[in-house]
Design a protein around this ligand. Structure first.
Ligand SMILES: Cc1cc2nc3c(=O)[nH]c(=O)nc-3n(C[C@H](O)[C@H](O)[C@H](O)COP(=O)(O)OP(=O)(O)OC[C@H]3O[C@@H](n4cnc5c(N)ncnc54)[C@H](O)[C@@H]3O)c2cc1C
Length: 494
């Protein structure tokens, strides 16, 4: 910390994707510094790409409200809100308040890394100390290396290397005391940021489904451990059952940290053998989150470019009408449409259905994975640059350790396997609710009398299939074969 700074000079605690008080190392360090603290959140409108989508903005509004309330209640501390270019706002605020130091927890998105690197240099040049911490990952992207000293491109050895490290440090509780900076500092009003949708207000389903904020995250984790962890390994692929944690938006916004989740699950496993059987499967899913961040950090073009350059020549169809049908859940394949409607109404979709719906867009409709990535970015409350990009590329076959392109999900069989009684489809597609189980995943095969009995007019109440599965599958494989031919020719020419 700058020598010249008197002990009354404040420190700035910059909140980012760590909107919590517990297990927040930057917050703990600010409290331990023995100086007055200024708590700040910046809506960084200068980031060159991937500004938050609509569902994320909705979440952020409520998460900031919850954080501001807790900071006030516990420490009498006001959360200062500023909007603009964080790289300019931080030094200006430090000058204005005579701050001796800035503390933050690290982010790993390429634009954030670039901004933070510049910011560190600027602040240090002005004699302002900077301390950064890890609040968001179990293992930071540079902490594990392959045997040859490189970064991992395959999940299993990556996760083995992570598991070989000592267990994550136990999470620490929020500090009891924090000295608030008592001079007035100008902050903007959250409402002025207009993060909530108004015309129209499409967020009713989000409000009914989620409780953003640290308390909501803690409640969600507890409910998962009490009610679902014991059935996770067998049940996590069943969208008709509520057996996954739904922690993804809370983890994305840092309302809970992975070390807290890790410890809670390990403690449950130590107490209960049924939980123990499932814990490792659950932790390995957290491992996919770690892997996605590892990939994005080392391959920053992941959200924009094929990880496997051989895919650059893939003959995508560019058809906005097909894309719009997929977005609205009007493909005629119930499991796909149910997922897309769940997404639209609640800002979330079950992982198995994300895979089926994404595969359908990329393979059956042959739309570029980036269209799907962009739609998910806008509509998911857990939209996360690393997880979203890595997952889309995984499904498309263009990614690291990806599903092979030629393995094409059959949406009828996937529906029958993972939603056998059609409970999930009936919930999100009420127009199909009265169809018998036998036809719930293939209504176009139902005899006229069955459709009549179910009150369903195909083509009016619910669409006929947008494409024929077998024909679409063949076309996708042919496109892939063409890609491989091109690949071979390019390789021959090189
Ligand atoms: C096309 C596609 C796009 C996706 N986009 C996102 C996204 O933008 N944000 C996001 O958080 N997840 C994304 N996922 C991954 C996964 O679907 C969600 O993390 C998961 O469904 C969240 O539900 P949950 O919290 O109940 O998961 P749980 O099964 O309870 O898993 C616990 C946590 O592990 C992490 N996790 C689980 N599966 C994955 C995975 N495959 N990749 C990375 N992390 C994982 C999440 O943080 C999750 O909260 C995407 C998957 C697909 C197929």
């Amino acid at each position: 910390m700058a020598d010249s700074a008197s002990s009354s000079s404040p420190v700035i605690l910059w909140f980012r994707q760590d909107l919590r008080l517990n297990d927040n190392p930057a917050l703990a360090a600010a409290a331990a510094a023995g100086r007055p603290v200024i708590a700040l959140y910046v809506l960084d409108t200068a980031l060159p790409s991937w500004q938050m989508g609509g569902a994320s903005r909705w979440w952020l509004h409520h998460a900031l409200n919850a954080l501001a309330t807790e900071l006030k209640r516990r420490y009498g501390l006001k959360l200062i809100l500023r909007r603009g270019d964080a790289a300019a706002i931080l030094p200006a605020l430090a000058r204005e308040t005579g701050a001796a130091a800035v503390f933050w927890n690290r982010c790993y998105e390429p634009a954030a890394v670039a901004r933070d690197t510049i910011l560190k240099t600027t602040l240090k040049a002005e004699g302002i100390a900077v301390e950064t911490f890890n609040a968001s990952l179990l293992v930071e992207p540079w902490q594990v290396k392959t045997r040859t000293g490189g970064w991992f491109r395959v999940y299993s050895p990556f996760w083995r290397a992570c598991r070989a490290l000592p267990d994550p440090a136990p999470p620490h509780r929020a500090p009891k005391k924090l000295q608030a900076f008592n001079k007035p500092v100008h902050g903007e009003r959250l409402d002025d940021w207009q993060l909530l949708p108004t015309q129209p207000d499409w967020a009713g389903g989000l409000r009914a489904t989620w409780q953003p904020g640290e308390a909501g995250a803690a409640a969600r984790l507890q409910a998962f451990i009490d009610d679902a962890l014991q059935g996770y390994a067998d049940g996590r692929d069943r969208p008709d059952r509520n057996l996954t944690s739904r922690l993804s938006p809370h983890l994305h916004f840092g309302e809970i940290g992975p070390r807290q989740v890790w410890q809670a699950v390990q403690m449950a496993a130590a107490e209960n053998s049924a939980a123990a059987r499932n814990a490792e499967t659950f932790l390995s899913e957290l491992g996919w989150r770690e892997f996605a961040h590892h990939l994005l950090f080392h391959f920053p073009a992941l959200p924009e470019r094929n990880f496997r350059a051989g895919f650059d020549a893939f003959p995508w169809q560019d058809d906005p009408a097909l894309l719009a049908r997929w977005q609205r859940g009007l493909t005629g394949y119930p499991i796909v449409d149910a997922g897309m409607r769940e997404l639209w109404l609640t800002g979330w979709m079950h992982n198995r259905v994300r895979m089926i719906a994404a595969s359908f867009l990329v393979k059956h409709l042959r739309q570029h994975w980036r269209h799907g990535e962009a739609w998910f970015w806008d509509t998911l409350v857990d939209a996360d640059l690393a997880n979203n990009a890595a997952s889309w590329q995984w499904v498309a076959g263009s990614g690291a350790d990806a599903a092979p392109y030629f393995r094409i999900f059959n949406p009828i069989l996937q529906g029958e396997k993972f939603d056998p009684q059609g409970g999930y489809v009936r919930r999100w597609l009420p127009e199909l609710a009265r169809l018998p189980d036998k036809y719930i995943h293939k209504p176009w095969l139902a005899p006229a009398a069955v459709l009549r009995e179910a009150g369903l007019r195909l083509g009016q109440d619910y669409p006929q299939p947008l494409v024929d599965h077998d024909a679409a599958r063949k076309a996708a494989l042919a496109a892939f074969a063409q890609l491989r031919n091109d690949d071979r020719q390019t390789a021959g020419a090189a």
